[in-house]
Design a binder for this molecule. Structure first.
Ligand SMILES: NC(=O)c1ccc[n+]([C@@H]2O[C@H](COP(=O)([O-])OP(=O)(O)OC[C@H]3O[C@@H](n4cnc5c(N)ncnc54)[C@H](O)[C@@H]3O)[C@@H](O)[C@H]2O)c1
Ligand SMILES: CC(C)[C@H](C(=O)O)[C@@H](O)C(=O)O
Ligand SMILES: [Mg+2]
Length: 361
């Protein structure tokens, strides 16, 4: 009997629904080819959910997320909701899902694609030979969730707090990932200033003793921001806390060529996961059908790999993306002379049409 995988789809706002539709198209197509069966249910999140229910993460959406083997998430937020208090803002939708489902490890792979080496704003020789970095971002702690938070008279407070257990568990994820890669982890912190970072560094040393085959080093986050651009090929796995990881990954997306190319997997202690492009709702291009859907499509690759344990289907998605890029399909964010400018939906179609392609990255 074939297993039916339960997929929750939460498109959200702005370009979220546009790119998620293409991801779903690819998921269905690859499923057909690999004999996978899905039960797909869609839910409201973010501004769309707030408008419909007054809550950016309604209880039924949370229930749907708990039901699922994997969640395909688009993006949330927009000017329309910027005046709302923090707890009603669309962003609470994604933050609440991460916290409620205890998705503490966010894997953000940053890779270059050969046909796009010249679209990055960086000089080609910096990227030559290819960049392949896995940024492991802690996702449920630090400044995002620490209490107290908010206004207290003329003082406004954000609290950065981490328990030892929260730090240890994400370090394990990074060290284990390094074992399957090139065996190197750079732990990124601000241990010269921040108490949480000092503790992070101590625990990194301690946990890494369990992984004698992995080489651990430390780097301050300000230096890391510079090194990512100056010499990105020095990195294999980077592990860092929530806020630093948020910022460094947007920066690192310029290595790949566009933020529209970076997927992510948000994982907890089980197999279930939430798959979200690292980009937002892109209000400047929303509704025009020009957003790059490849980050969302590459989320499908990660979903197949991490939550459904279907490496063959995951490889097929990766190969199809590589083939679409090799064949010159480009959304405006990665456009170059001599290539074929396509819409969001046309890019999705180009990937689907190449799902049987054997091409490497
Ligand atoms: N996970 C999420 O839901 C998420 C992530 C980041 C930002 N946001 C929200 O999105 C809204 C806009 O934020 P922002 O403008 O700072 O960041 P953004 O990532 O939405 O956009 C930054 C820039 O990148 C471009 N861009 C983003 N995704 C793209 C894609 N797929 N293809 C082509 N170009 C793309 C945009 O056009 C824009 O110029 C805010 O409300 C923010 O809170 C949500
Ligand atoms: C929308 C926002 C809360 C989110 C974050 O800061 O984590 C986003 O920027 C991301 O990178 O996923
Ligand atoms: Mg971000």
């Amino acid at each position: 009997m074939t297993q039916t995988y339960r997929i929750a789809v939460l498109p959200g706002d702005g370009i979220g629904p546009e790119v998620t539709a293409e991801a779903l198209k690819v998921l269905r197509a690859v499923g057909e080819r690999h004999g996978l069966s899905f039960e797909v249910r869609e839910g409201l999140v973010g501004g769309a959910a707030y408008d419909a229910t007054g809550d950016p993460l309604p209880p039924e959406t949370l229930e749907l997320a708990r039901w699922a083997d994997a969640i395909l998430f688009g993006a949330v937020g927009g000017d329309k909701w910027d005046h709302l208090p923090l707890e009603k803002r669309p962003e609470r939708g994604i933050l609440g899902l991460r916290k409620e489902l205890d998705l503490f490890a966010n894997l953000r792979p940053v890779v270059t694609w050969e046909p796009l080496l010249h679209t990055s704003p960086l000089r080609p020789e910096i990227l030559e030979g290819g960049v392949d970095i896995l940024i492991v971002r802690e996702l449920t702690g630090g400044l995002y969730f620490g209490q107290p938070k908010g206004r207290d008279g003329d003082r406004t407070i954000d609290t950065c707090v981490y328990t030892d257990a929260e730090i240890r568990r994400v370090l394990h994820v990074a060290l284990q990932a390094a074992r399957r890669r090139r065996g190197r982890v750079v732990s990124v912190d601000k241990a010269n200033v921040m108490a949480t970072s000092r503790r992070w560094r101590e625990l990194a040393e301690e946990v890494a003793r369990e992984y004698p085959d992995v080489q651990l080093s430390h780097m301050y986050v300000d230096n890391c921001a510079m090194q990512l651009i100056r010499n990105p090929r020095q990195f294999d796995v980077i592990v860092t806390e929530n806020t630093f990881g948020d910022i460094l990954t947007d920066e690192a997306s310029t290595l790949a060529g566009s933020i529209g190319l970076l997927p992510s997997a948000s994982l907890g202690s089980g197999r279930a996961g939430l798959y979200e492009p690292i980009h937002g709702t892109a209000p400047d291009i929303a509704g025009k059908g020009v957003a790059n859907p490849l980050a969302a499509i590459l989320c499908v690759e990660m979903l197949l790999r991490y939550s459904l344990d279907q490496p063959g289907a995951a490889d097929a998605v990766q190969a199809a993306v590589a083939a679409a890029l090799r064949d010159g399909y480009r959304t405006p964010d990665i456009r170059e002379e001599g290539t074929r400018l396509v819409s969001t939906a046309e890019m999705g179609d180009a990937v689907v049409a190449r799902l049987d392609s054997p091409a490497p990255r």
